[in-house]
Design a protein around this ligand. Structure first.
Ligand code: ARG
Length: 458
């Protein structure tokens, strides 16, 4: 493509280090679409004849058909998807193919193709997250009143409802979707027509190509347009945060599925067995979701470090932008789908969860609160009295509400029979009906709000 000024061809090492076709062939659909938009504009602006434009456009369709049927050929000499396509086009339609590259460069071409690819990746993430949210909301609705221990420091803290716990992940994924939507909004301008770095002297119509490719308009600075990879970083940062949420949910299910907890049975379809221990069912999918988060965060680090020292405008380092984005996107899509399956198809052992909530002195705060409200005792003192009651219950190996009233009275005589109503786990969760709290009525109203946001009727 540039043989004019070169005496020697590239060495084998040059060809190998230079080739991006092994990975950027994934951009072929975007590359064809952008080329078709470009040539249609060239014709509209009379930069190429209508006839040449038609020949080129039909040739591009033919190349696309070949890619669809046989995959994209990988010839390192052709470096990347842009040259691979142009070279095949020339084989098919002859020298007129050379008119396609008028008034553009691979620099604006690759920026445009990659933006289009990232935009699709954002849409896939959003679709996946929406499906996960529907699963979360459905299971939360079923379990709005199912009692489980709530933890801080992974120590039993207060009883909560399983529905409330699941809806926490609805909130996290809502922020994820918002971050992806924000990334999508910010990639709305089209780089095509920025050419190599400085724009072009041809009378192009950048609004026309921008519109044809679904952008809001053209980018405003050609130097920025060919050197900008913020859109890829925005996607990767949103993907990273999302992967942390997937990982945390996976980790909870892993803990809950272990035998000493026994809170959940994972679906067979997302578990594996052991080759040596017949009793085992391993949460491999969840563990890999947890593990993949590390790789996805590695991808954002990789691209940030590629970009951090680059002067304007394009540098070849930027060719390394694609592998981390492709890798992260593939992993993230899988993680979201795996978590959706786990949430939708896991069996929650709600009896076991309730039992665990009853065992862990999870209602100790309720005893303290009762002392504050019913006996007008300052909270710090109430906390102290309650501590003594927990200690006694622990010595006897019984739940708080199994202590006889006489023993409670021996700790503090202001304690009355009516305290027992406050000490059950059901009373405890029902009491926490502040906005956003764990009470079943609060969970149901949050589920209702979420169902509306998701467009789930009924
Ligand atoms: N293969 C290149 C990439 O992916 C295309 C742009 C090449 N531009 C250049 N000036 N060499 O970034």
């Amino acid at each position: 493509m540039w043989g004019g000024r070169f005496a020697d061809g590239p060495s084998a090492i040059m060809r190998e280090i230079n080739a991006s076709i092994p990975f950027d062939k994934a951009l072929w659909r975007q590359d064809i679409a952008a080329s078709k938009a470009h040539v249609a504009m060239l014709a509209a602006q009379k930069i190429v004849t209508a006839e040449d434009a038609r020949t080129i456009s039909e040739g591009l369709d033919q190349v696309a058909g070949e890619y669809e049927a046989n995959g994209v050929p990988e010839d390192w000499d052709l470096e990347d998807i842009h040259m691979t396509t142009e070279s095949r086009l020339a084989e098919l339609i002859g020298p007129v193919a050379g008119r396609l590259h008028t008034a553009r460069s691979r620099n604006d071409q690759v920026a445009t193709d990659f933006k289009l690819w990232v935009r699709d990746a954002i849409d896939r993430a959003d679709d996946g997250l929406k499906a996960l949210q529907i699963a979360l909301v459905t299971r939360a609705d079923e379990n709005a009143a199912s009692i489980m221990p709530g933890f801080t420091h992974l120590q039993t803290a207060q009883p909560v409802t399983l529905g409330h716990h699941l809806m926490a992940y609805y909130e996290m994924t809502a922020r994820d979707r918002d971050r992806f939507a924000d990334a999508r909004r910010r990639l709305a301008l089209c780089p095509l027509g920025s050419a190599a770095l400085a724009g072009t002297g041809f009378p192009i119509d950048r609004d026309m190509t921008a519109e044809a490719l679904g952008f809001d308009g053209p980018t405003h600075n050609s130097l920025d347009a060919v050197s900008d990879r913020d859109f890829a970083l925005d996607y990767l940062m949103a993907a990273s945060q999302c992967s942390l949420h997937m990982s945390r949910l996976a980790e909870e299910l892993i803990i809950w599925a272990s035998q000493p907890y026994g809170f959940v049975r994972m679906p067979d379809t997302l578990s594996t067995g052991s080759s040596i221990m017949p009793q085992k069912k391993n949460p491999d999918a969840a563990e890999l979701v947890r593990g993949h988060a590390g790789r996805i965060v590695g991808c954002v680090t990789s691209l940030m470090i590629s970009m951090k020292g680059l002067p304007l405008a394009y540098s070849k380092d930027m060719q390394n932008d694609k592998p981390p984005v492709f890798e992260a996107a593939g992993l993230l899509d899988l993680c979201i789908a795996a978590m959706t399956g786990m949430v939708a198809d896991s069996t929650f052992n709600t009896d076991r969860m309730r039992e665990a909530a009853e065992l862990g002195y999870a209602t100790a705060t309720d005893l303290a609160d009762w002392l504050v409200v019913q006996a007008d005792i300052p909270f710090r003192e109430a906390h102290h009295i309650t501590g003594a009651a927990v200690k006694l219950a622990e010595t006897r190996g019984v739940a708080l509400d199994a202590l006889p009233l006489a023993d409670l009275k021996a700790i503090d005589e202001r304690i009355e029979e009516s305290v027992f109503a406050a000490l059950s786990v059901d009373a405890s969760v029902a009491a926490r009906s502040s906005y956003g709290g764990t009470a079943p009525n609060q969970v149901r109203s949050q589920v209702k709000r979420a169902r509306k946001e998701l467009g789930m009727e009924g």
